[in-house]
Design a protein around this ligand. Structure first.
Ligand code: KG4
Ligand code: ZN
Length: 336
């Protein structure tokens, strides 16, 4: 059993968490950058990496203080090294290598998507494997078959936009603000999910891959008229905007739920876990819960603190990787 400092800087969250034995979260500090990117309507990579530089030392120090940890009580340093924005990843990887070298501790490189896939285990306090893991965030939409912390098979992923990215872009089309997921979730509550029949892109009956770029264009044309990209929003009433938001959300959720249940049938697994920022979506949670209940499948939704990007999920997975001897060298590189 190890006490591990986990560092996460793959996108726009600067985070450090300390986890003992893979399940006991001693601290989990997250500095978000919403304020810095909001006026651009999306993440600006250059701004994100600069903000990581400015914030990471303070975030690590706070994680150490909250956990009442000293350098002697940290057994290993873990860091997300892929996938993500390369400039952002570099900051975390450099900090982790520096600490591993200065403190003479092992370094563990963690794949960010695999950390999301395994994050449900933290709050459960045990390994729920084997399970199908749905990871849905602003950067990823993937299905995994997790047989163990060390045995994770990718079943399918998005071929273009991530689901969260689609929420953000549609919110921008509807001029609802950024980040788009929470606001679409809220506005959709006042709309009719059957008002507009947006496409459910399945990529074939057996495919576990996703595509969300078509629905984004469908929303754009619905708002402005066929083939048009401006001028239509002013003509819509608040009710019509809510109907579009609700119908868009319903279409995305239908696809996510259908493919998750297809993955369940294909793998013969009796458990589903869900992680990533879009897992906060209320319709996704209720629809997935209903589908799992219908098919007699156990569903574990990751608590929000471990759903969005965070250092604790990195440290938690690193416990199992360290136990399996999967240690990185100081030549570990950030991979986009
Ligand atoms: O996991 P996360 O914090 O960061 C990434 O790794 O991307 O996920 C952020 C994404 C954003 O696209 C945001 O719009 C979306 O999660 N999101 C939601 C909701 N809350 C956040 N999407 C749908 N419904 C929500 N309630
Ligand atoms: Zn993420």
């Amino acid at each position: 059993m190890a006490t591990i400092l986990g560092i996460e800087t793959s996108c726009d969250e600067t985070s450090a968490g300390i986890v003992a034995g893979g399940y006991e979260v001693r601290s989990n500090v997250v500095a978000t950058q919403f304020d810095l990117h909001a006026k651009f309507g999306g993440i600006v990579p250059e701004i994100a990496s600069r903000a990581h530089i400015e914030r990471l030392d303070g975030v690590i120090r706070e994680a150490m203080e909250r956990a009442r940890a000293t350098r002697d009580s940290i057994d290993a340093i873990a860091v997300t090294y892929t996938p993500g924005l390369v400039g952002s990843l570099l900051i975390g990887v450099t900090a982790a290598k520096t600490l591993a070298w200065a403190w003479s501790r092992p370094l563990v490189g963690i794949n960010h998507a695999e950390a999301h896939a395994c994050s449900a285990a933290i709050a459960l306090g045990r390994a729920p494997w084997p399970a199908v893991a749905l990871v849905v965030s602003g950067g990823h939409t993937s299905l995994y078959h997790v047989r163990d912390f060390d045995c994770i098979e990718l079943l399918g992923s998005t071929t273009d936009d991530a689901a969260g990215e689609a929420f953000d872009k549609v919110a921008s089309i509807l001029n609802l603000g950024y980040p788009g997921g929470p606001v679409i979730d809220r506005v959709a509550a006042g709309g009719d999910p059957e008002a507009v029949a947006f496409p459910r892109t399945m990529l074939g009956p057996d495919s576990l891959d996703f595509s969300f770029s078509g629905i984004k264009t469908a929303v754009l044309y619905r708002v402005h008229g066929p083939g048009r990209t401006t001028g239509g929003l002013e003509r819509l009433t608040r009710r019509e905007v809510a109907d579009i938001a609700a119908s868009f959300q319903a279409a995305v959720v239908d696809v996510l739920v259908a493919k998750t249940m297809l993955a369940v049938r294909r793998t013969g697994t009796g458990t589903v876990v869900v992680g990533g920022g879009v897992a906060a979506n209320r319709r996704l949670r209720t629809e997935l819960a209903a589908a799992c209940e219908r098919e007699g499948v156990t569903l574990h939704l990751t608590p929000m603190a471990y759903c969005t990007d965070n250092g604790a999920m990195v440290a938690a997975l690193a416990e199992h990787r360290l136990a399996a001897g999967r240690v990185a060298g100081l030549d570990l590189e950030a991979r986009a």
